[in-house]
Design a protein around this ligand. Sequence first.
Ligand SMILES: NC(=O)c1ccc[n+]([C@@H]2O[C@H](COP(=O)([O-])OP(=O)(O)OC[C@H]3O[C@@H](n4cnc5c(N)ncnc54)[C@H](O)[C@@H]3O)[C@@H](O)[C@H]2O)c1
Length: 317
Amino acid sequence: MKVLVTGCAGFIGYHVVRRLLADGDAVVGLDHLGPYYDPALKRARVADLRRAGPLEFHVGDLADFERLRALAADVDVVLHLAAQPGVRHALLDPFSYERSNLLGMLHVLEVVRRRIPPPRLVWASSSSVYGGNARTPFAEADRVDDPLSLYAATKRAGELLAHSYRHLFGLETLGLRFFTVYGPWGRPDMAYWRFTEALFDDRPLEIYGDAAASRDMTYIDDVVDGVVAAVRRSVPDELLNLGNAEPIPLDRLVQTIERAVGRVARRIAAPPQPGDVATTFADLARAEAALGYRPRVRLEEGIARFVDWYRWWRSVR
Ligand SMILES: NC(=O)c1ccc[n+]([C@@H]2O[C@H](COP(=O)([O-])OP(=O)(O)OC[C@H]3O[C@@H](n4cnc5c(N)ncnc54)[C@H](O)[C@@H]3O)[C@@H](O)[C@H]2O)c1
């Protein structure tokens, strides 16, 4: 199988491409190596992928439509993971979300529908689309019209764009709603990385808002299982949750990291951040039925693996 992976230098893209290369699939990768977080980490991921197999990697932007079209010319599946992530960054740079998440998504859809026959499209949505929903666990059939951040609004917009293209052109699209993915080679802007870094640096941890706030945290290998199943399998679904179905309170996350690092944190209470939600919690019935998705890695194990990797990364970066 030949797969175009956008965002292949990113955290999730890196891990999925590693698995695809190991399985013998042909991979064309695209990433603009943007500066949202340290591009050296993105380059290190690409270097590691090149050691793993014959990756065809291109530095380029989703905004370059003709380039994207050329890269998708003969692939079986487009796996679209590139996006501007982050809830808080949108307050500083809203237009990066317009370019990567709105224009980028439309470009991907147009590239797919202009191919005859169109390749399948699997792409990254987000649990953030559930926004302020009170009923848990979050199920795909729930109404999602209360996004609490610009990031969430652009991901929901992507779902609606894909929906209209399915209706207009009969495309086969599958949006995966990821729930707080963590693990080795992760993202430095996410809480589990920032807490670990602060502990290593012997700095206090800033705890924003309520320490009882919780996130359904999903270990990267479980997410890769779900994404690769979605790449290989044609399913009738339009949207599927990929989570862990166990919301982890912030307090428990901090304690788990403390145990893995072997230090106790000093904590500073900070005000809640605009755009944050109280909880996320995935209903996984549909993903299990469609993809055989069943997460396996528990938080303690996943965080221990991350901390081991992070120790190594600090020693080589
Ligand atoms: N990690 C999570 O917890 C999580 C949760 C929900 C959804 N997601 C979504 O999953 C996808 C992957 O997330 P990630 O955690 O790997 O993030 P990431 O930032 O590590 O990876 C995204 C990659 O896309 C690239 N990119 C961004 N805009 C681009 C553009 N215009 N052109 C080309 N490349 C571009 C970036 O350089 C980056 O390498 C994203 O769509 C994200 O919104 C992630």
